[in-house]
Design a protein around this ligand. Structure first.
Ligand code: HSE
Length: 431
């Protein structure tokens, strides 16, 4: 007779509740959920479980437990829980993107030394299978690039804004729906997506890449005006996370809002959905879409890992996750060439457009389209000066040149006053 596999969960929040529901509904044969570790035994909970404990040793030091599911979140004390569980010979499943992106190397090498398995499918993109495919089937291919929509909150906000809702209302609804992090600044700044793309890139390129290596721009400066002009030009606006091998052999790591062609796979991904596009040989393209946040989608991936590791325990298999590095050469984002979209608020006086174009000409911008519409609906007043938005798209330029141009536009002065008001706003165009 096969030995039963016993599971302990640390943390009984959103994902923990979803996991308990899955255990109760499916009653997986030979896998027993023994104990859930909580901070507060007296807290009222939406889902009941018969054996709660406030002593984490009941999970990490309990001889009868085979798999510890860490759902405490954050790095501290989650890292300690994971490393202690591993040292005690336990297999670990986690949905914690912070601890994996910051401490993955340490966790995987501890797991290898102690001959145990780590599952972290729930750490990136909720229900979308991506960690296991990268560790298994896709690892036999040669990956050139990963491009994804990896944050549900920002995708939800951009979807609502494209229908005319303002940013703050859309963010509030995303919070109410439970998509956002405890501090939503983490979502809208792009940091959440940076942690996730650093994990995916590390697995794809087999060298550890840290979240700090990711050039990060968020969505807070995007306005409905930008989304409207992007639509007119045939693009959707998305927060993209990408990891791409460059021709120089290094890896460009970015999170940034971008205009993507309406007929691109990723342009059609709306609401809180996440999506991942992987390009490489010989498989060409791997594209997957699913819900990236919330109780059900994340619990589903955690549950899959528990079942998979239970099978590996029974067949006495371990999956080693081994990396070189750190030491990956990360591309200098200033040197990466890109097309883009620029929105300027130009003073409505003679010569303002000429002054602004002078800066672009100095930096050798090759303009593709330029749109300026007059009329009351488009006017914005800055410091008592009537301004109109001017939208420019251009042929590829080095990002460093673009940044320099934006600075010069912002500080431009003439004897008639400032031709450009507010901060020039720029987004890349991904074709
Ligand atoms: N706040 C995250 C998101 C949750 O919006 O995608 C899943 O990591």
């Amino acid at each position: 007779m096969e030995k039963d596999v016993n599971v302990a969960i640390i943390g009984f929040g959103t994902v923990g509740s979803g996991l308990v529901k899955l255990f109760e509904k499916n009653r997986p044969r030979g896998i027993n959920l023994k104990v859930i570790i909580v901070k507060n035994l007296n807290k009222k909970r939406k889902v009941a479980f018969s054996n709660l404990s406030s002593d984490v040793k009941e999970a990490i030091e309990n001889q009868g437990i085979d798999i510890v599911v860490e759902l405490a979140g954050g790095c501290n004390p989650a890292l300690e829980y994971i490393l202690s569980s591993i040292k005690n010979g336990k297999h670990v499943v986690t949905a914690n993107k912070a601890v994996i992106s910051e401490h993955g190397m340490e966790i995987f090498s501890a797991a290898e030394r102690h001959n145990v398995n780590i599952g972290f499918e729930g750490a990136v993109a909720g229900a979308i299978p991506i960690i296991n495919p990268l560790l298994e089937q896709l690892s036999f291919g040669e990956i050139r690039s990963i491009t994804g929509i990896l944050n549900g909150t920002t995708n939800f906000i951009l979807t609502r804004m494209s229908e005319g809702m303002d940013y703050s209302t859309a963010l509030k609804i995303a919070q109410e729906k439970g998509f956002a992090e405890a501090d939503p600044a983490f979502d809208v700044s792009g940091k959440d997506a940076a942690q996730k793309i650093s994990i995916l890139a590390s697995l794809a390129f087999r060298k550890w890449i840290r979240p700090e290596d990711v050039h990060c721009e968020g969505i807070t400066e995007i306005t409905p005006t930008d989304i409207g002009y992007a639509k007119d030009l045939g693009y959707a606006v998305k927060l993209l996370a990408s990891a791409k091998k460059t021709s120089a052999g290094d890896i460009s790591m970015k999170v940034n809002p971008a205009l993507i062609r309406n007929d691109h796979h990723l342009a059609k991904v709306n609401e809180e959905f996440n999506a991942i596009l992987i390009e490489g040989t010989p498989f060409d393209e791997y594209f997957n879409v699913g819900k990236g946040a919330g109780e059900g989608p994340t619990a589903f991936s955690v549950y899959y890992d528990v079942l998979k590791i239970a099978d590996m325990i029974r067949s006495k298999k371990t999956r080693k996750i081994i990396f070189d590095g750190p030491g990956t050469k990360i591309a200098d984002h200033k040197k990466v060439r890109t097309e883009g979209y620029l929105r300027l608020y130009l003073s409505h006086f003679p010569g303002a457009l000429y002054n602004a174009l002078g800066v672009l000409v100095r930096h050798k911008w090759n303009v593709k389209s330029s749109i300026q519409r007059g009329g009351m609906d488009n006017e914005v007043i800055f410091d008592g000066v009537k301004c109109l938005p001017n939208i420019i798209t251009h042929e590829p330029l080095e990002f460093g040149t673009i940044q320099q141009t934006l600075q010069e536009l912002e500080s431009l002065e003439t004897d008639k006053g400032k031709p450009v008001h507010g901060k020039p706003f720029y987004m890349r165009i991904e074709n």
